[in-house]
Design a protein around this ligand. Sequence first.
Ligand SMILES: NC(=O)c1ccc[n+]([C@@H]2O[C@H](COP(=O)([O-])OP(=O)(O)OC[C@H]3O[C@@H](n4cnc5c(N)ncnc54)[C@H](OP(=O)(O)O)[C@@H]3O)[C@@H](O)[C@H]2O)c1
Length: 348
Amino acid sequence: MSSGLHGEPKILVVGATGKQGQAFIRALTRGPGEPPLFPVRVLALTRYPNSPRALALQKNRPWLELVRGNLDSRDSIKQVFVHAGGKGAIWGMFVVLAFAGLGESTEGEAVQGITLADLALHYGVSMFVYSSVHRGETDDDSELILPEHSGKVKIERHLQSLGEQGLHWTIVRPVQLMETYEGTIGKLSMTVFRAGLKKDVKMRMVAVDDIGLVVALLFQRPIGVAYKILVVTSVDLTIPEQEAAYKRGTGKRMPTYPRILGKFILAINTVTRDVVEYVETLYRHRSDNTELFEEHIANTHAILPASQMITFEEWAARNERRKKRKKRPDDGSDWNRISLAKIFTGRL
Ligand SMILES: NC(=O)c1ccc[n+]([C@@H]2O[C@H](COP(=O)([O-])OP(=O)(O)OC[C@H]3O[C@@H](n4cnc5c(N)ncnc54)[C@H](OP(=O)(O)O)[C@@H]3O)[C@@H](O)[C@H]2O)c1
């Protein structure tokens, strides 16, 4: 691991205050107040360094620096590299970009990712880890199931082209986060899936803490990880299996609203129907592309074996405990730009 110009290697985390960014930062130490497991200085990008989430991130982490920047302004991000010390000063980048929203254009997301990759190449970043999305492992993405993934495909292609110019990229493609079942929106998601999904359809899921851990391990042992794609996944469960695992983990029934509400939402909201169809298509699709899918999953499990990843049962139990302690700052009900108002007015 090469050092930046000033002391420990610097890793710029884009999306640091978000779920994946926070999980990565947590995974860098054994616990709160502990030093990082390897020498590192984290530059945590945020538009709002005084926000409660940003301040919570900095608390007890003298090795983390909040840096202000807005991805919609190339110049603002360029200044982050300049202030860090210019060429060669930032050793690594972990990049998570906010979801554009269901049914929304991903052009802005693509521009943000491409700009970051270009700046990384220009400023001599040695390791660029991009968090994309699992979308069925086809070779060329010619048949995207969800149009919302097109921005990520553009970014991945751009990274691959920059690889030829010397950018060492690694792409992680998380499957559905278990955290999508958190809170009121999570309860509604389960209600919709129960009402709309066929009972035998399996969903690949992963806890956000495992994404953070996989990425932390990539940076800790960076040999041989360049130009690899990793599908980050732990479990593969039908809805009835998820409900049974939740019950085992918590002793409670998985939070849902009455099935009739799920049917009603599906009737008034085309986007929720699209999401259900997406999950079903993804399930059928991946069984047609087993080889590539298995290869990308194996890349993850070579770093973090499946047996060491969080099961849905464990996640549910942890989530219940966390709810009681209210340990983490609230992520707000508009995560992924989904709100109750949008669901019930069909604008989701
Ligand atoms: N949900 C799933 O099941 C799932 C599965 C696979 C992949 N994904 C992908 O995961 C990504 C979202 O990750 P997440 O949930 O970890 O993110 P998140 O919690 O929604 O957080 C978004 C982050 O983006 C930052 N941000 C937003 N706009 C910005 C801007 N203009 N300039 C600088 N920073 C900006 C925010 O920082 P500040 O507000 O502090 O500035 C925040 O840190 C999406 O691309 C989604 O497609 C999701």
